[in-house]
Design a protein around this ligand. Structure first.
Ligand code: IMP
Length: 206
């Protein structure tokens, strides 16, 4: 039986590698941005992680004629009513300026005691078919925002996020330790379990 093909809707090579690694060994040929001569504009204009992930997966799927997988993720802080949420990457203005995003977050939480700094990372994965079928997986990593950055591993808000039950920030964990508890690690493992069970059928039916 020939392998089903799956296009990854991320331009970020690091993320694409991480996803491809978790899905390794399945009956799937994974295509990334590097496998295409052109690439569509995958916009994130939704108000929820689900809307963004589904929109990106559907757009790439229609454009390529192949099933596609997209992800959207971010940090929700209770004391800030769920902000920065879907705006996590652009919280301080420029897309992906991690240091500025962290600085703004700490500023917004200034004076708020540790017990009131509860937060969660969210990761939503969306699979889509050219016919418009979709499957969603959502996972979270509960924790709290620290009062100062610690650690130099990871990316984004890792230096100020302490996973529940731990004393180290995510930027002080090894990649293996992070993946074991992280929103993305958990979501990808659930996706893998789904695919191993032969679901969704439309992905494997060609
Ligand atoms: P996107 O999923 O590429 O739209 O970006 C999500 C943004 O959320 C990133 O730019 C980070 O600021 C933040 N984020 C998502 N996942 C993580 C994580 O595992 N660690 C730290 N920050 C994250």
């Amino acid at each position: 039986m020939s392998h089903a093909r799956l296009a990854l809707a991320t331009g970020n090579r690091g993320k694409a590698r991480e996803i491809a690694e978790v899905l390794d060994g399945l009956e799937l040929d994974i295509l990334t941005r590097d496998d295409f001569d052109e690439w569509p504009d995958l916009e994130e204009t939704g108000k929820t992680f689900e809307e963004n992930a589904v929109a990106k997966a559907l757009e790439l799927s229609r454009w390529s004629g192949l099933p596609a997988l997209a992800d959207d993720s971010g940090l929700e802080v209770e004391a800030l009513g769920g902000a920065p949420g879907v705006d996590s990457a652009i919280y301080a203005g420029t897309h992906g300026n991690d240091a500025a995003n962290v600085a703004r977050l700490l500023r917004e939480l200034e004076g708020i005691p540790q017990r009131e700094r509860g937060a969660r990372f969210v990761c939503v994965l969306a699979l889509a078919s050219p016919a418009g079928d979709t499957v969603l997986v959502r996972e979270t990593c509960e924790g709290a925002v620290s009062e100062a950055p610690r650690g130099d591993k990871g990316f984004g808000y890792d230096p100020v996020f302490i996973p529940a039950g731990m004393s180290r920030t995510m930027a002080e964990l090894t990649l293996e330790e992070k993946n074991a508890v992280s929103h993305r690690g958990k979501a990808l493992r659930r996706l893998r379990a789904l695919l191993e069970a032969g679901e969704p059928a439309w992905l494997f039916s060609r």
